[in-house]
Write a protein that binds this ligand. Sequence first.
Ligand code: C5P
Length: 236
Amino acid sequence: MQPARIAPKDRLIVALDLPSVAAAEAIIERLGDSVTFYKIGYQLGYAGGLPLAKQLAGSGKKVFLDLKLHDIGNTVARGVESVAKLGATFLTVHAYPQTMKAAVDARAGSTLKILAVTVLTSYDDSDLHAAGYRLNVADLVAARGQQAQALGVDGIVSSPEEASALRKIVGDQINLVTPGIRPAGSATGDQKRIMTPARAIAAGADYLVVGRPVTEASDPKAAAEAIQAEIAQALT
Ligand code: C5P
C-alpha cells in the first residue's frame, strides 16, 4: 500500500482468538489505548463476537472480521452488506472470482475493505491435488493474487513468506496482511512459517496479525507496544 500513510501503531492487529466475549473484553481492557485494531474470527464470532465487533467499532477501534466468506454471489453480497453495517474495517472472503466480485460490489459506499484469502496456509500441493486442483500452491496463489487485484479487492492475507513474491505480483496498491508473526524469543505454538515483526514489514507486509504473543503474554500491553516499536523501527 502506501506505508507512510499507516501509523506503525495501527499496523498491529491483535487476534482475539478467545472463547467468550468476557475473555475478549478482559484483554481489550488490559490493552487499553495501546491497540487500535482487533481481529475476530470463527471462535469468538460464533460466541457473541459480532455484537462485540459493532461495539468495538462504535468505540473507535478498527475491527477485522475473519469470516472467510464463500457462497453464491447473492448470499455473499447480502452478508457483506450486513458486515458493513457493523462498522468493520476488514472482512475476509475466499479468493474465488464470483465471491470476490460480489463482495467488492457489495462493499461499495461503505468503509469496509475486502481481503482475499488466496490458498489456506495449511494446504500444500498434495492437498490441492486431492481437492481436484491442477495448479500447485505457488501458481494458484499467484493466479488468485492477480484475479483479486483485477477485481478491485482491497487486500490479501498471506503468510509473511509469500509477502514479497505477492507484492511483486499485485504492486503496491493492495494491502498485504500477514499472520504467522512471532517476536524474537516468543513461543511459536502451532505456527510453522513465521517471521519477526521487523522482517515481515521488510518483506512488504502492511498489517501484522498477532494473537497469542500478545493475548497470552504476562503483560499484554507491554507485548503489543514492543511489537509496535519494532514495526516503527522497521519502517524507518
Ligand atoms: O496466535 P497467533 O499469532 O498464531 O494467531 C494468528 C491468527 O492469524 C489466528 O487468528 C489465525 O487463525 C490467523 N491466521 C493464521 N494463518 C493464516 C491465516 C490466518 O495464523 N494463514
